[in-house]
Design a protein around this ligand. Structure first.
Ligand SMILES: [Zn+2]
Ligand SMILES: [Zn+2]
Length: 250
């Protein structure tokens, strides 16, 4: 096995360090970063060779249970790369950075988000849900500080007081979410990834979900939008998708 593992060069190391520093990078940024890293270290650059380049890094990361994983953002339907831990997918993997009470609050946040129709949870709902903590109860200010930290460390996104799971969080926690919420969570009918921030077909016999950006793309220019599964009229307002809030750290 070890013979088939291609060695990392300086360009790979620089690329990996930059992704680690940012937590997550867009596909567009990854492409220009690939070029930048090869040129900086005077190594051969293959314009459409990003997948192979990342494959070399992943072959080295595999023995330490890490992986540069590619996945879709629920905010802008663009592809992103994140460094994920493949050995421990439960929220307890964050226990080196967060204490038991904080992890319990984070689990409550995931409960609220997965259980909501919109894939979001308001700060008020989150603060109310922490009244029933089993571990030491956090003060309101401590919970607010925790939410700020979870956004800063790119586990959550926040828009006007509503929290959603970040792309990085979904990439890393997908096995946990699928196991813990097997009877609640649905996959997007268009892209087949977990659908949290999404619309649901109003036909009770159907009830498929489509991500907001997937719906925006799918229904674009259609005069009478119809559900792609049951063919009933899609009476929900077709979402308008703005730029992603997850900008790379400078
Ligand atoms: Zn989708
Ligand atoms: Zn339907």
């Amino acid at each position: 096995m070890s013979q088939s593992r291609a060695a990392m060069r300086d360009s790979h190391r620089r690329f990996l360090q930059t992704v680690m520093y940012n937590g997550i990078v867009s596909e567009q940024l990854a492409k220009s970063l690939h070029q930048h890293c090869c040129e900086t270290h005077h190594e051969q650059y293959v314009a459409d060779g990003l997948d192979d380049f990342i494959g070399v890094i992943n072959s080295q990361l595999q023995p330490v249970f890490m992986n540069l994983r590619k996945g879709l953002s629920e905010d802008d339907a663009m592809q992103y790369y994140a460094l994920v831990n493949t050995a421990e997918t439960h929220v307890t993997r964050m226990s080196s950075d967060y204490n038991d009470s904080e992890l319990e609050v984070f689990k409550k946040v995931i409960d609220l988000i997965v259980g909501s129709d919109t894939g979001t949870a308001s700060s008020t709902d989150i603060l109310n849900s922490t009244d029933a903590l089993q571990t030491k109860k956090l003060k309101k200010s401590e919970t607010e500080h925790l939410l700020d930290r979870l956004v800063l460390e790119k586990w959550l996104n926040e828009k006007r007081g509503d929290y959603s799971l970040s792309t990085r969080c979904i990439l890393e926690m997908e096995p946990y979410i699928l196991t813990m919420y097997a009877d609640q969570v649905k996959m997007c009918h268009i892209c087949h990834n977990i659908a949290l921030q999404s619309q649901m077909c109003e036909n009770p016999l159907c009830g498929i979900k489509i991500h907001n950006p997937c719906a925006a793309k799918y229904f674009k220019g259609r005069r009478e939008p119809k559900c792609p599964a049951c063919n009933e009229v899609w009476s929900l307002e077709i979402p308008v998708v703005g730029p992603s809030p997850s900008q790379p750290r400078r």
